[in-house]
Design a protein around this ligand. Structure first.
Ligand code: UGA
Length: 478
């Protein structure tokens, strides 16, 4: 890419910030990434990415080597140097509450406002409660009025829509660019930053702060609603019969509905959708609109009920395959595994104790090593807590999962996971799992039984290979 004259800083080098920094360097800018964590900065400066994201590591190495991408822990350095500062710090869910924790965004903006010594534009990218940008603009004004430092500092809001697993592509070739601005100058600066995607005719939406903030949460709330909508229909087809995938295909042909994000399964997780729908509801209630987003409670509940369903289905499948085993009677034995999952019923414990279950996938989605709010990891932990031996295999997610639930048995291959297992449960639809050969796996297992938690396997292939097969969104008829 050609050299571009604006100097950019990116505050926060987590998932969003590191991606944005490397992609802006790829677009030709000089970029300085800042994080308060010196360990992160050291690693990134050596070209080491602390998480898995296809294509990002290569960009990081390329631009650390070219010198276009540097990292620092010093606000003074970025404040003296950059023309545009992107805020990409996290807004996690507050412990024990639904609302978003704004302390990192507030700290970043405060530090920038205190240190900037030249004309600069601060651009918020983090997902925030509506009203935040207006509040931060006031904060910046107050700090600058008292600081006596040279330069005028303006704020803009530019929400991020990148998906994990496609972060590089989504940043370099976004579906749309949304900017909340209060001056033509701010808009012109952002048009310069995004000249490359704009040259590809990417839709450009220039609006006010509130709309820009709301576009982001509206998009994520809509996506979560689509997923829970089809998963609610799964509850019906599981009861009455029917095929959830055919249903999704059929309604998806209507372009007003669309097929994407109608994949029924164990539901949504990750660092965004779950916390964003909770934060939106909390914010809207704060505004006195208690009923307005109440439906998101149901969206959340439907999503969490999918995990209960997998555990119930595991009990049913194991009860079915257990026929003929000698240990099927006798008192329920509860092993003391500890943990925080809901107490399973005595029948469930009775069925699960002494079984080995292979969990295929713990990342919240494929092509990611992220296990934040992962439905798969939650199910694995619940089965373990209920007494099962749980073998976990994920192509990328094992390490992060082991950090959270160290007592599960993490193994290095699919074959190892299913060997000796009474049941395998596919919970993250990695290609490796979609391509599994049932005939090869069957002899490795104690009982060939599988639950398809993402509706990606062809049932008949597994039944033909001798498997007991069950899937979310389908009635289980042992
Ligand atoms: C989501 C949004 O898709 C991005 O546009 C947004 O920028 C990002 O949040 C964010 O706010 O930062 P991401 O969390 O990376 O991106 O993941 P998604 O691809 O949206 O998947 C979320 C969850 O929904 C996953 O657990 C996935 O397995 C699940 N899902 C997705 C389904 O269960 N069914 C589907 O049909 C689609």
């Amino acid at each position: 890419a050609q050299h571009r004259s604006l100097r950019l800083s990116v505050i926060g080098t987590g998932y969003l910030g590191a991606t944005h920094a490397a992609c802006m360097a790829e677009l030709g800018f000089e970029v300085l990434g800042l994080d308060v964590d010196p360990a992160k900065i050291d690693a990134l400066s050596r070209g080491e990415l602390p998480f898995h994201e296809p294509g990002l590591s290569e960009l990081l190495v390329k631009h650390v080597d070219s010198g276009r991408l540097r990292f620092t822990t010093s606000y003074q350095e970025v404040g003296d140097w950059a023309d545009v500062h992107f805020i990409g710090v996290g807004t996690p869910q507050k412990a024990g509450e639904s609302a978003a924790d704004m302390r990192y965004v507030d700290a970043a903006v405060t530090s920038l406002a205190e240190h900037i010594t030249r004309d600069a534009l601060i651009v918020g990218k983090s997902t925030v409660p509506v009203g935040t940008a207006t509040r931060l603009a006031g904060l910046i004004q107050d700090i600058r009025a008292g600081s006596g430092r040279p330069g005028s500092v303006e704020l803009a809001w530019n929400p991020e829509f990148l998906r994990e697993g496609f972060a590089v592509k989504d940043t370099l070739h976004p579906d749309r660019l949304v900017v909340g601005v209060r001056s033509d100058h701010a808009e012109q600066v952002l048009r310069q930053v995004y000249a490359a995607p704009l040259a590809e005719a990417t839709p450009w939406i220039s609006t006010d702060f509130e709309t820009a903030e709301l576009v982001k949460v509206a998009a994520n709330a809509f996506l979560a609603t689509k997923i829970s909508f089809i998963n609610a229909f799964s509850e019906i087809t599981e009861t009455v019969g029917g095929d959830i995938t055919t249903l999704a295909d059929a309604i998806g042909h209507d372009p007003r509905i669309g097929r994407r994000f109608l994949n029924a399964g164990v539901g949504f997780g990750g660092g965004c959708l779950p916390k964003d729908i909770r934060a939106l509801q909390a914010r809207v209630s704060e505004l006195g609109l208690d009923r307005t987003m109440a439906f998101l409670n149901d969206i959340d509940d439907i999503n969490l009920r999918r995990r209960d369903r997998v555990v119930d289905l595991a009990v049913q499948v194991l009860a079915a395959v257990r026929t003929g085993r000698t240990d099927s009677t006798g008192p329920a034995e509860v092993r003391s595994h500890g943990g925080t999952a809901p107490t399973p019923t005595p029948t469930a414990v009775h069925t699960l104790v002494g079984t080995r279950i292979a969990i295929l996938g713990v990342a919240f989605k494929p092509d990611s090593d992220d296990v934040r709010d992962s439905p798969a990891l939650d199910v694995a932990n619940r089965l373990f807590t209920a007494g099962a031996d749980v073998a976990v295999y994920d192509p990328q997610g094992n390490r992060n999962a082991a950090g959270r639930f160290p007592r599960l048995d993490y193994v290095d291959s699919l074959q190892e996971a299913v060997t000796g297992a009474d049941l395998a449960i596919l919970l993250t639809e990695w290609d490796e799992f979609k391509q599994m050969d049932p005939a090869q796996l069957a002899p490795l297992m104690k009982h060939p039984a599988i639950i398809d938690g993402r509706n990606v396997l062809t049932a008949q292939d597994w039944i033909d290979a001798g498997f007991t097969h069950a899937a979310l969104g389908h009635r289980f008829d042992p």
